[in-house]
Design a protein around this ligand. Sequence first.
Ligand SMILES: CC(C)(COP(=O)(O)OP(=O)(O)OC[C@H]1O[C@@H](n2cnc3c(N)ncnc32)[C@H](O)[C@@H]1OP(=O)(O)O)[C@@H](O)C(=O)NCCC(=O)NCCS
Length: 79
Amino acid sequence: MPGREWRQCEILTLHPAEQWRGAGTALIETAGQLARQQGYVRLWLITTNDNVDALRFYQRRGFCLVTVHRGAVDRSRAR
Ligand SMILES: CC(C)(COP(=O)(O)OP(=O)(O)OC[C@H]1O[C@@H](n2cnc3c(N)ncnc32)[C@H](O)[C@@H]1OP(=O)(O)O)[C@@H](O)C(=O)NCCC(=O)NCCS
């Protein structure tokens, strides 16, 4: 039985039909509420380090940059 620390929720994709209209913020807030309701202790996602809009967006909404995997997306796409 996994411990509490494993109760994590991953956002697989976030792609509003129109940018800069507040949809991304609303979706993130809703995902956070759902994760909390389900008892998840961590909400996380992966993005690429060239996506500076996304990095700014997430960090301004309380997400922390915790790990950088150099070349991971290049390796994944090559496979
Ligand atoms: C990054 C992304 C997900 C953000 O979603 P979004 O819907 O554009 O985000 P929001 O509109 O909620 O907020 C973005 C900015 O617009 C501003 N904004 C929100 N509503 C606004 C409005 N009505 N008028 C002007 N500005 C507004 C917000 O203040 C915010 O600025 P901030 O980052 O300085 O706080 C989105 O731009 C996107 O889809 N990018 C391409 C796909 C992508 O990279 N997805 C993430 C991959 S992990």
